[in-house]
Structure formats: C-alpha cells, structure tokens
Design a binder for this molecule. Structure first.
Ligand code: AMP
Length: 138
C-alpha cells in the first residue's frame, strides 16, 4: 500500500477530494463520504499504518487529541443525543479502509445504529453543509 493506492493517503496528500475539518502534524480530520448519520467524521493518522497494531504511539496520541477536538465541535454544532467514537481493525471488525482511522458518529436515541453498518453514499451538498457547521467550532 502506498500514497497512490490508499485513498486516505491520497486525501492527506490533497490528491483526492474531501471535506476537510482540521489537521495537526500527525492527524487529519474530514467528513465520511458515506455518512451513517449527518455529521459523521473521520480522523486519520498521517502515517500510513493499517491498524492500531501498526501505528506508533505518538501518532495514536495525535489522532486521539484530534478526535476529542472534532467530537467537541460536532457536539457544539449539531447537539446530538450522544456521540460514538468507533475504530475497527481487520476484516472481522468490518474495516473497509486499511489505513488507521477513528469515526466520530453523532447519535440519536432512536437511530437503531448497529456497530457494523453498510456503506451508503451520502448527498455531497449535505455532507459539505455539515462540514461547515462543524468547522465553525474548530
Ligand atoms: P471502516 O469501515 O471502519 O474502515 O471505515 C472506513 C470509512 O471510510 C467508511 O465509513 C467510508 O465511508 C469512508 N470512506 C471511504 N472512502 C472515503 C473517501 N474518499 N472520503 C471520505 N470517506 C471515505
């Protein structure tokens, strides 16, 4: 896997599009393109590592700090009933992109969300509008 074949590496390199939220030296946050709920965001490590087993601790710490920052912004922007932070490793956990990432998922009391959801493309204008609302708190 390299910068040309990994979609998250391409987003980090700005050679693939994304609705970006924020970044620091070791992590980048952007909107999920198949949102399981409005405001679904991803935080990725800038280092290419497939899973938590491969990711150096400083990179994990940077991603975690950005997760907290984005979760706070999502909470302020959208006032959800709750927020789930989800991170999957390996096929058995339904990991679909083999580049370490954490999901920030706004929840509602009755969303019936299962842990292994199926991917459904989102409406780009709706995802972009959510990115704008969240960025206002970053
Ligand atoms: P996982 O199934 O935990 O590996 O999550 C991977 C996530 O990446 C899924 O929720 C996808 O919708 C999301 N995803 C895949 N490609 C892109 C992309 N180009 N831009 C934004 N999100 C993406």
């Amino acid at each position: 896997m390299n910068v040309h074949s990994c979609i998250f590496c391409r987003i980090i390199a700005r050679s693939a599009p994304a609705f970006l939220l924020c970044e620091d030296e070791h992590s980048l946050a952007f909107m999920d393109i198949n949102p399981v709920a409005p405001g679904h965001a991803l935080i990725v490590s800038k280092t290419h590592a497939e899973t938590i087993f491969d990711l150096p601790i400083p990179d994990l710490q940077a991603v975690s700090a950005t997760v907290k920052k984005v979760a706070q912004a999502v909470n302020s922007a959208l006032l959800p009933d709750g927020i789930s932070v989800v991170q999957s490793n390996g096929r058995g956990a339904a990991q679909s992109v083999l580049h370490f990432h954490m999901h920030v998922v706004p929840r509602t009391m009755d969303d019936g969300l299962l842990l292994n959801w199926s991917l459904r493309p989102g409406e780009l204008s709706a995802i972009e509008a959510m990115a704008e609302r969240i960025r206002a708190y970053l």
